[in-house]
Design a protein around this ligand. Sequence first.
Ligand code: R7I
Ligand code: MG
Ligand code: MG
Length: 348
Amino acid sequence: MAENPLEARFIGAMLGTFIGDALGMPVEGWPPERIAGAYGSLEDLRGASIWLRLYGAVYGAIHDSGRVSGELPLGCGTYTDDTQMMIGVAESLAACGGFDGTDMARRFVANFDPCRGYGPGAMRAIAKLRQGIPWNRAGGQLFGRRGSFGNGSAMRVAPVGLFYGDDPPALRQAAELSASITHTHPLGLEGAAVQAYAVALAVRQLSGEAFLEEMRAFLRPDSEPFSRKLAAMEGLLRQRSSAREVVAVLGNGTESQESVPAAIYAFLSHPESFREAVVYAVSLGGDTDTIGAMAGAIAGAYHGADALPAGWLDMLENGAKGRDYIRNLARQLYERRAFASGPISDGL
Ligand code: R7I
Ligand code: MG
Ligand code: MG
């Protein structure tokens, strides 16, 4: 591929999101035991044939239940809302040379395809944006005006971690602002900041205790339960805990405070291989496409584009905003990043 190493990490993080999302999508909502029962252990899930096994089972289940395939509109190797919204974040940063809330919200609306499986809060936020409600007003109207703490703000945030990786205060500010378009709850903001910083740390080649130490310093002082879960990870890593034990401590749900720690743990427990980190992330069950997408972003940033299995890349959809588009978008983000300067206008 001959990209320079930093550019390769940008591509790795963005295509890594796509791979994890597509790999986790067929088993979203399944508990870890059901995934292990259907597909065997982690050992059995290695290799490109994982795609065919996952999708074969899902389509079989749909056929057996008599449901139309429209309920699962996405075929093998396709992405969901996680990657679709990440594309919007990256397009906006690359086009504007930094965070611009009006532009980013416009791209969320333009890219929106309900067949990609959006969360209910995000659907409502995007509908409000389409009606002309400003980008910094729509998200605050959700969930009784407390705002969403769903993981939708974190699942899409990898480009912020790449773009602002050298400047943690700017990274936090841009992550929180990008989150607030749809997720204004403090946990929704913190989840996005933590996931963006995880990507930045992975670009810097940090893993293990060094990663956790930097992350602890980055957290807001009041960022429970993120701080408690980060502390618990050290014990989980030492004990080589089972999926059930990990999920009992960290969670695997659609809330930011569950799936962001789960994704970070998937990377930290499998730092040696992109493939292992992502397969393990999906094997934790629950919000598998999103845990897979976020672990894929971190592991892809750490290992770079050349570490993504070629057989898996070949399986990814490659239409108008598919695999090649995302690769080029990552390159543009990398090019634009070099020229980024100045404070972010927050507009809040
Ligand atoms: O966060 P969001 O965009 O959803 C992302 C998820 C990912 O798994 C995607 O793959 C896709 O499947 O959807 O959408 P939201 O609806 O804002 O948040 C997701 C869920 O978190 C909500 O539907 C709620 O169940 C829960 N949630 C809350 N529950 C109670 N009170 C989020 N915020 C709240 C809250 O304030
Ligand atoms: Mg999804
Ligand atoms: Mg999901």
